[in-house]
Write a protein that binds this ligand. Structure first.
Ligand code: MRU
Length: 353
């Protein structure tokens, strides 16, 4: 498994021929690592948000293919290929918005196609290696992004973040929290405001916990407080992650991000999006084409077994929203910072890679 030394939180780990994931539904109360040894099990874990966050979902999907390949590795070539096709389909249906899921499946599918005809046990081992590679590379990419992003955060700045784009949302280090971590490691003194992030509470439960583990000063606020704090001059910069960026620079991220971006523009506060290249979907021309997941109304009705909404009320639960590119001060990628992102600048980013 990859070196995760830059973070204290281990999101995924390979143990006893299973992929184990920290169960993000029960953090911070309990730390448990359920293990999965089938694609169907991993797909269910992604759907139920045992694991969440775009890059982490990509890593989990790659391991989903690998564990299924190991499970089927005594079958004939034809049965093995049929079983893997099924695994790809099951995993692709787990969650729709984070493009890293499809990016990782695509990478695994291409590798499998290149290995056709080889003994199935060897193919399964190679697919497992690739899942390890995707995971290790994710950490390296996050550290590179962190280096570029850290330079954008002035010493002593007060940084607002939304949802959890930390080590827990990746293989390690994080994207938005990776930028914050790198800045702190570079000696900057920062204060983080974490939006609670209704309804799944990734900010309250995960970002707050993750930053406390590393003693990075963090203050938790509810989602409706950030405008007030901005108007009082208490926030200097916003850094968030993303689940998918369209070719024109429109950004899909956790529901509520759009409101934060509008408020940041109103108050002249830079709004940065930490975005590995694997999160950019150049096949999609603008944000209106990004599929927005609608989740169960139970998440809005209440939490943790407590329901506060009246029985019979109608509920909407879109899990993501789109921030138009014009509200994005810059994308922070592993290939550098793209200020005022647009179609040309994003295309150029890939020309360089
Ligand atoms: O529903 P989630 O928790 O998977 O949503 C996560 C986010 O929106 C993150 O901000 C995004 O995936 C970037 S994570 C590095």
């Amino acid at each position: 498994m990859p070196d995760q030394s830059s973070t204290t939180v281990e999101t995924l780990r390979w143990r006893n021929n299973r992929i184990e994931m920290i169960d993000q539904r029960i953090l911070p109360g309990r730390i448990e690592y359920p293990g999965f040894d089938s694609a169907a099990g991993v797909a269910q874990a992604i759907r139920d948000m045992v694991i969440r966050g775009a890059p982490a979902i990509g890593c989990a999907a790659a391991y989903g293919v690998a564990v299924e390949a190991l499970r089927l590795s005594t079958l004939s070539q034809a049965d093995f290929a049929r079983g893997l096709d099924n695994a790809f389909a099951v995993l692709a249906q787990s969650r729709p918005t984070a493009v890293n899921l499809f990016w990782a499946l695509d990478r695994m599918r291409k590798l499998h196609a290149n290995l056709l005809g080889q003994p199935v046990a060897a193919v399964a081992q190679r697919l497992l290696e690739e899942a390890h590679n995707i995971t290790a590379q994710d950490i390296t990419i996050n550290q590179k992004m962190g280096g570029f992003g850290a330079a954008l955060l002035p010493d002593k700045s007060r940084v607002l973040t939304h949802c959890n784009a930390g080590a827990l949302a990746t293989a390690g280090h994080g994207t938005a929290l990776g930028v914050i971590r790198s800045a702190v490691l570079a000696g900057k003194s920062l204060k983080v405001f974490a939006d609670e992030t209704r309804p799944f509470l990734q900010g309250a439960r995960l970002t707050a916990w993750e930053l406390l583990q590393e003693k990075i000063p963090v203050t938790l606020i509810t989602d409706n407080m950030s405008g007030h704090l901005m108007s009082c001059g208490e926030i200097d910069v916003v850094v968030v992650g993303t689940d998918r960026v369209a070719a024109n620079g429109d950004v899909a991220n956790k529901i509520g991000t759009y409101m934060v971006a509008v408020l940041a523009r109103r108050h002249n506060i830079p709004f940065y999006v930490a975005c590995p290249l694997s999160t950019i979907d150049r096949s999609i021309t603008d944000g209106s084409q990004i599929p927005i997941e609608e989740r169960s109304d139970a998440e809005v009705r209440g939490y943790g077994g407590i329901e506060w909404a009246p029985i019979g009320v109608s509920i909407r639960n879109p899990a993501f929203d789109i921030t138009p590119a014009e509200l994005v001060t810059a994308l922070i990628t592993e290939n550098g910072v793209v200020t005022a992102p647009d179609r040309q600048k994003i295309a150029a980013l890939f020309a360089e890679s």
